[in-house]
Write a protein that binds this ligand. Sequence first.
Ligand code: OFO
Length: 171
Amino acid sequence: MASKKIEKSLNDQVANEADSSQYYLAMASWAETQGLNGIAEFLYKHSDEERMHMLKLVRFINERGGHAIVPKLDQPPKTFNSIRTIFENLLTHEIRVTNEINGIVDQCLKEKDYTTHNFIQWFVSEQMEEEALARLILDKLNLIGDDKGGLYLFDRDIATLSVESVGAGGG
Ligand code: OFO
């Protein structure tokens, strides 16, 4: 590991990814109780992806001779006001994660840690795609408005939406 400071930032990011996974799992569970099974599936999958991001960091830290720490997690909200609230929260959360990733990029450049810099680029692309996907979903929800039939169709079609389908590059 290049420096203890970078190891600490990567461990903070392990906690962020675990927190994202936990947060989206809570969203998925609530959506399922509302009978929105398509949205729930999408969020369960998203939660799994965040866990994969966490594992990617854990493996990298240890491979580089550091020690990845498994974090303690806060309890996420149990209920949400609406599906719109869920995706607004999701976008806000992803924007925060993007800023944290950018902070690591900055630190790598300052410390000339090009190996970690190279590794973290995957996360830079992933964040761009996740933000684009969340914005796309919010645009669709705006179009639907209060139309229950629209929400029914959205719940059916959301299965076809994924980070790959937004195609913002990288990933
Ligand atoms: Fe890990 O991509 Fe979202 O947070």
